[in-house]
Write a protein of this length. Structure first.
Length: 364
């Protein structure tokens, strides 16, 4: 939901615009007015405005627009309720009000005409009205879970006229170029290819930059006028941060065959390890194999085991290529697996020998 506030001096003009049959106008609220026709409504507004003739613009005109995705929810009653709540939060109370719904656009919207001269003859305050209006619109949008538009991306640019058309074209260009730029020079070069010139404002007679200007089609805008995020200070901060970012170290790329050999070796190792150590091995140190593209870790044998693999042996050596590294680690794991299988076989042999030499007793 967004609001546009306008002040004027002609109640007849605003009433004729709002109650226009060509716009499919439908009156939702008519408070404090003689509503026989458009003329009597305008006369009612004008009569009350004479209570304070010093105010040269007694006409208040607000349009409340909603997103088309909320159309199925916005009944006449719902829109009237939201409009009245908006007026109350804005402090526009105890005065004449006319709320009319239009159906001439694809999105739901209402027009509100109100008398800036209240029923007691005092002027309704307009102090900081646009700031208050923006805040209240956001609060109402969240309160009723209305569709929250994403700003400039929702603007129908094909309907814009100059200079707004050029302004939004510059906005799109800066937004698209910025993620790929690490300096002002990068941005200037990319924008130049799209016919956009970048110039800077300087502090006095110094060479210290304090502002940026973008020009196209004969129109020039400061960065902050294009968008708050494109002010000189914010763009300069963006480039400073971009230049401080250290690119991530490329992960080694191993051949599928090398990873497959390592994965098979690890699988055999885990089986031999479980067979030899059982639950005793759970307390051993573990090494991560994710860097090789193998899921999970590998538990090393408990301390004191003569054929154990030291974690240092798994590290890549100076001058060793990635393929040489993974091949060496695969060989280490195979050697450790073979040693565990041999020891397990030797233990089984000894156990069979002990069982065969055990004296047998007969019960008579």
């Amino acid at each position: 939901m967004i609001a546009k506030i306008v002040k004027g001096s002609s109640f007849k003009g605003v009433v004729n615009y709002i109650i226009d049959k060509g716009k499919g106008a439908k009156i939702l609220v008519c408070d404090g007015l003689f509503a026989e026709d458009k003329d009597t409504i305008a006369m009612s507004f004008e009569a009350q405005s004479k209570m304070n003739p010093k105010v040269t613009k007694p006409v208040g005109h607000i349009s409340l627009a909603f997103h088309k995705e909320d159309e199925h929810r916005l009944t006449d009653r719902a829109m009237a309720g939201i409009a009245l709540e908006y007026l109350k939060e804005m402090g526009i109370t105890d005065t004449q009000v006319l709320i009319v719904r239009h159906f001439d656009k694809e999105h739901p919207h209402v027009h509100i005409a109100f008398n800036r001269i209240a029923n007691n003859g005092r002027t309704i305050s307009d102090r900081n009205e646009r700031i208050r209006s923006a805040r209240i619109c956001k609060e109402i949008t969240r309160k009723y879970s209305l569709y929250l538009a994403s700003g400039k991306e929702r603007v129908k640019q094909h309907r814009l006229k100059e200079p707004d058309k050029t302004k939004y074209a510059i906005y799109d260009a800066v937004r698209d170029c910025l993620p790929r730029c690490k300096s002002w020079g990068d941005l200037e070069a990319r924008l130049q290819k799209q016919g956009i010139t970048t110039t800077f404002k300087y502090c006095g007679d110094t060479d210290r930059k304090q502002g940026v200007l973008f020009s196209k089609n004969g129109y020039t805008f400061s960065g902050s006028k294009i968008d708050r995020a494109f002010s000189f200070s914010k763009l300069d901060r963006h480039f400073s941060q971009a230049q401080r970012i250290v690119p991530p170290v490329a992960q080694p790329c191993y051949s599928a065959q090398a990873v497959g050999n390592l994965s098979a070796a690890v699988s055999h190792y885990r089986s031999a390890f479980a067979e030899l150590f059982g639950s005793r091995g759970n307390s051993g140190e573990s090494v991560d194999l994710g860097g090789f593209g193998v899921a999970g870790g590998m538990t090393l044998p408990p301390g004191g085991y003569c054929n154990s693999i030291a974690p240092e042996q798994m590290q890549r050596r100076i001058g060793e290529s990635h393929e040489e590294h993974i091949a060496r680690v695969t060989a280490l794991i195979r050697q450790a697996t073979e040693a565990m299988l041999i020891e397990q076989a030797e233990r089984s042999r000894k156990l069979r020998t002990i069982r065969s030499n055990k004296p047998k007793f007969r019960i008579h």
